[in-house]
Write a protein that binds this ligand. Structure first.
Ligand code: FES
Length: 119
């Protein structure tokens, strides 16, 4: 069902935790199942120098949130503005079709965080 990379990101999530002095914190969930992801971003000028996540959800939820943090860390705000759920799915090598919905909301939480930063 899951490929090896997704299993690895679920079993050994990168960047899990929180940042006490985060520049911005955003949270969102998958309404269809109740799973929740919270992102903590540390931003210096326009670079995301650190990002961590906390998740309450399925394996795909945790793996995609972790994958998203890897895609975002060290990038500029402009670069991450283009990151979509499709990029997360591609990074992990493809989720099972029935789990694609699980990859959607981490990218949405990131967009929420970016909107808060622009305010
Ligand atoms: Fe809820 Fe995967 S089942 S995010």
């Amino acid at each position: 069902m899951y490929n090896q990379k997704t299993i690895d990101y679920f079993s050994n999530p990168r960047n899990m935790g929180e940042i006490s002095n985060a520049t911005v914190v955003a949270e969102g969930g998958n309404l269809s199942c109740g799973d929740v992801v919270k992102l903590y971003l540390k931003v210096d000028k326009d670079i995301i120098t650190d990002i961590k996540f906390k998740a309450f959800g399925c394996g795909a939820c945790i793996a995609t949130a972790s994958a998203l943090t890897e895609l975002v860390k060290g990038k500029t705000l402009n670069e991450v503005d283009k990151i979509s759920n499709g990029d997360v799915d591609k990074f992990l090598g493809g989720l099972p079709p029935q789990k694609l919905k699980c990859s959607n909301f981490s990218a949405e939480v990131l967009q929420k965080a970016l909107k808060q930063l622009k305010k």
